[in-house]
Design a binder for this molecule. Structure first.
Ligand code: TXA
Ligand code: MG
Length: 316
């Protein structure tokens, strides 16, 4: 019997990237509940999670050779393919777009749940704009125990999938993720080229700020911090940018904590969100991340994308 056809119609689902808030794609109450519980704007589409390539093909109107090759190479795994959607797919899932994002996650519990319930729409299981969850406890805390959670342990990858739009001869990265540009490029069939995304509308989730912890995060290329100047700069910023509340210090900056990540990008991505949550839990006035040269290389691009979006301010 399906547990997802009854209230609350959603479940916290472990994946190898981050935990998702999942609902059946044939259950409109569940899809609506996702947007409501997450406080997510309806213009930001959801990824549909599948357990086979055939299931993915049933949800699209085109399946180019590049999609077949990339799915065979990277699924199950952290790559979302954006393709023209099938007509009968609920347009609330795709926010009215003509495309759908599809991914086969690598976590055994997610694959088991999809095999039982069918394809599941699931965004990351955090309130809109906030830090993504990498453990079952993060999800329980985020939604004050209002959502049942399948506990699959800590996430192996730790940051969200790469989102790639795919057409017959062109692919574009809409969101960097665990699968890097280099890995995709090396796998593309002859005749398929890489291009930058055409415009922001092609991926509505590309806000400037996202993933924000509850304490302001500063990215600094310099070791010496002028706290007074930082405070002034932050206080001058608007309260909200693109619907996301900008996190500011409550009363001056005295207590500063440093975010330290491993030099190995795989380990660093696993540490990123849980470290941000741990540090924010200590309630300092500011969290600082010191950016170094190594952070500008391809394996770091997804981590730096998340950190930049999670930060209130960057100092170069
Ligand atoms: O790893 C992940 O991708 C996780 C796990 C749970 O699978 N999910 C996730 O979902 O990060 P979410 O909703 O937090 O982020 C999905 C991103 C958003 O930026 C959204 O705008 C974009 O994917 N997206 C989804 N469908 C799209 C579409 N049809 N066209 C363009 N962008 C799309
Ligand atoms: Mg998200």
């Amino acid at each position: 019997m399906s547990q997802l056809l009854n209230p609350p119609y959603v479940i916290g689902m472990p994946t190898e990237t981050v935990y998702g808030l999942a609902a059946r794609i044939d259950c409109p109450q569940g899809i609506e509940a996702i947007f409501k519980i997450k406080e997510r704007p309806f213009f930001d589409p959801l990824i549909v999670h599948v357990s086979s390539i055939d299931q993915a093909k049933s949800l699209v109107s085109e399946w180019p050779l590049a999609a077949q090759i990339l799915a065979e190479k990277f699924w199950p795994g952290p790559l979302t393919l954006v393709l023209p959607k099938a007509d009968n797919l609920n347009s609330m899932i795709t926010s009215g777009l003509q495309t759908v994002g599809l991914r086969m996650p690598r976590h055994p519990l997610a694959l088991e749940l999809i095999a039982k319930e069918g394809p599941l729409a699931a965004p990351s299981a955090n309130k809109f704009g906030k830090t993504s969850p990498t453990s079952a406890d993060h999800v329980r805390q985020e939604f004050a125990n209002q959502v049942p959670v399948l506990d699959g342990g800590p996430c192996e990858v730790g940051i969200e999938s790469t989102v790639l739009s795919v057409s017959k001869d062109v692919v574009s990265i809409l969101r960097p993720g665990a699968v890097t540009k280099g890995q995709i490029e090396a796998s593309l069939p002859a005749g398929t080229i890489f291009a930058d995304p055409v415009d922001k509308k092609s991926s509505p989730g590309q806000m400037k700020h996202h993933y924000m912890p509850n304490v302001p995060l500063l990215i600094s290329d310099r070791q010496n911090l002028d706290l007074e100047d930082i405070e002034i700069k932050i206080q001058k910023m608007p309260k909200e940018i693109e619907g996301v509340k900008i996190v500011k210090p409550h009363q001056g900056i005295r207590n500063v904590k440093e975010l330290v990540l491993s030099e190995n990008p795989q380990i660093a991505s696993r540490q990123l969100y849980s470290e941000l949550r741990n540090l924010a839990g200590e309630k300092p006035d500011l969290i600082v991340f010191y950016r170094k040269k190594i952070h500008q290389t391809d394996p770091w691009s997804a981590i730096m994308d998340r950190l930049t979006k999670a930060s209130t301010l960057e100092i170069k």
